[in-house]
Design a protein around this ligand. Sequence first.
Ligand code: CTP
Length: 398
Amino acid sequence: MLAGKHVLLIIGGGIAAYKSLDLIRRLRDRGVAVTPVLTRSGAEFVTPLSVSALAGVKVHQDLFDLTSEAEMGHIELSRAADLIVVAPATADLMAKMASGLANDLASTLLLATDKCVLLAPAMNVRMWTHAATQRNIATLRADGILFAGPDDGVMACGEFGPGRMAEVPVIIDAIDAALTHGPLKGRHILVTSGPTHEPIDPVRYIANRSSGAQGTAIAAALAALGADVTFVTGPASVPPPQGVRVINVETAAQMLTAVDAALPADAAVFAAAVADWRVTTASDHKIKKVAGALPTLSFAENADILATVSHMTTGRPTLVVGFAAETDDVLAHATAKRQRKGCDWIVGNDVSPETGIMGGTENAVILITSEGAETWPRMGKDEVARRLAQRIATALGV
Ligand code: CTP
C-alpha cells in the first residue's frame, strides 16, 4: 500500500523530466504525498509552476532559499520523506552522489538523507556506457542506492541503446517495492549481539564491557530494510530493537545453541562480544569467603560461534559477517581474523578505552572483504548499521 507514504522527488535536467510530471500525478492518485525538488537544469525542461501545481505543494529549488529554511531546513527536508526518488537522474547528479559532493539543493539533500534513495537514470547511451558513469553506478550500488531502469530504446537524441528513463509504471513499482516491501523483504538474517556472561557461581560471573548498541542498531537497520531478523542477544545494557525476533541468552554455549536453532538464514552478522572462556569449576552454590584462602578458577575454551557457522558445509548463510574488537593494529588483526574464522566480511574496530567506542554511541570501523579493506570515518553506531545493512542488501543481490 502506497497510500499515506511521502516521497521526496528530485527532478534532474533531461528531456525525460516531462515524465516526472506524470509520475507526480500517478503517485498522488495512489495517495502518496510528493515533495518536489527541481534542479537548475531540471527547470530548463519543466516549469516550477507545473511541478508545484501537480504536486499541490511548493517546489524547492534553492539551497539558500531563506523562506524555506525558516519553514524547513534542508536537513529536515532530506529526512521528512519515506523515500527519495531522483527522476530523471542525470550522469552529473550520479557523479556528485558517488563522490559525496553537496553544492546545490539536490546533492545536499542526497548527502544528508538517512532514507533509502531510488534513482531512475536518463542520459545518452554513450554517457551511460562511459567507464566513469559505470564506476559511479558500481559505487552507488555498493552504497545501497536503488535503481529503476534505464530502458533500452530510441532516445530523444536519435541514438539507440540503454539510457532512456524507465516508464512511469516501472518507477512506481520500484517505489512500491522500496517502500512497502523493503529490499530485504523475504530474507532471514541472524544477528548476535551483546556480551555473554559466564557464571562463576549463582551470583558472580565473568563478562565484558559490550553494551550491545552496535548489534542492536544493525538488527534495527536490517529490519528497516524489510528483513526478517532473528536477534540473539546476551545480557545487553540497551533494549532490543522493535520488529525483530528476540532470543535472550546468557552464556556463549546458550548463544551457540540459539544460533544453531535459528538457522538457516540468508545472512548472519556476529556482533556479539562472546566470552572466549567459561569457568569449568562454576559452583551451583555461592562460593564462600574463607579467611586466608583464595578461590581457584579453571577455564575451558568456548566454541567459536562465528567460525562454526562460517565453516558449515551445508546450510551456510550466503553472507557471514564477523566483528573484530581490537585494541591495537586493527587492520592486521582483523584481516588475520577474517582468514582464521572463514567469514566473508569482518568489521574491525578499535575498542581501546581512549576511543570510547565500547559502550559509546560512535564507532570507527574498517570493513574487510575479499576485495580489500575500507576505512569508514568515525560516525554514529546507527549510521554504521545503516550502511552495513545497505551493503548486505547489495551483497544479497537485492
Ligand atoms: N565470536 C564468536 N564466538 C566466540 C568468540 C567470538 O562468534 N566464541 C565472534 C564475535 O561475535 C566476533 C568475532 O568472533 O564476530 C571476533 O570476536 P573477537 O572477540 O574480536 O575475537 P576472538 O576470536 O575472541 O579473538 P581475540 O579475543 O583473541 O581477539
